[in-house]
Design a protein around this ligand. Sequence first.
Ligand SMILES: Cc1cc2nc3c(=O)[nH]c(=O)nc-3n(C[C@H](O)[C@H](O)[C@H](O)COP(=O)(O)O)c2cc1C
Length: 205
Amino acid sequence: MDEQAFWQLIRGRRSIRRYQEREVPVTIVWRVLEAAHWAPSAHNRQPWRFAVIPRGPRRERLARDLAERWVADLVQDGVPPQEARARAERSYRRLTQAPVLILVALSMKDMDRYPDARRQAAEHTMAVQSVAMAGQNLLLAAHHYGLAACWLCAPLFAGDLILSLLQLPSDWEPQGFVTLGYPAEERQKGRAPLTDRVIFLDAEG
Ligand SMILES: Cc1cc2nc3c(=O)[nH]c(=O)nc-3n(C[C@H](O)[C@H](O)[C@H](O)COP(=O)(O)O)c2cc1C
């Protein structure tokens, strides 16, 4: 891959939330999942899990239940019910309309176990970091195949509901959704100056 193609891949990827109706070939879905599976992971335990959720009644029920829970949370936060419902409705449409919806989860099943809470928390963070790296591979692969994608954090707030509705193994911990499809919008996003985020230290302490 030449320099220009590399930077196009890295900088050209955007979180895109509107998609064409066009179906995504299942072979491409497998390719992006394979890219995710090649991410680095703590102890190479590959703690990521993926569930591809087809469009249809099951996805609609899931999106409806998530929206209802979100409305309840927002209203409890003091958001006016009408506004809460409008926000949840947008989220419902995004989840139900995306050509492909993937649940990204983690499992601690193959990770190390520690007797103390401090190291166990670190081990769990390692699994989260591994799954996040798989997520980034997935997003970049999607971009490579001309697809648009967006990571959504909703599953973090409703893991129990998602596991029971989708009848997934109880060790799965939902981390996010990825919506995928051919793009129906363009987005520009900038970044803060890199120098605001980096410190180069002196060799002398
Ligand atoms: C952990 C994480 C959670 C996110 N959750 C959401 C979300 O719930 N809804 C959404 O529209 N975008 C979500 N995004 C996408 C971000 O808004 C997006 O990455 C950011 O605005 C930068 O835009 P870019 O991806 O186009 O560079 C999330 C991204 C990450 C990494």
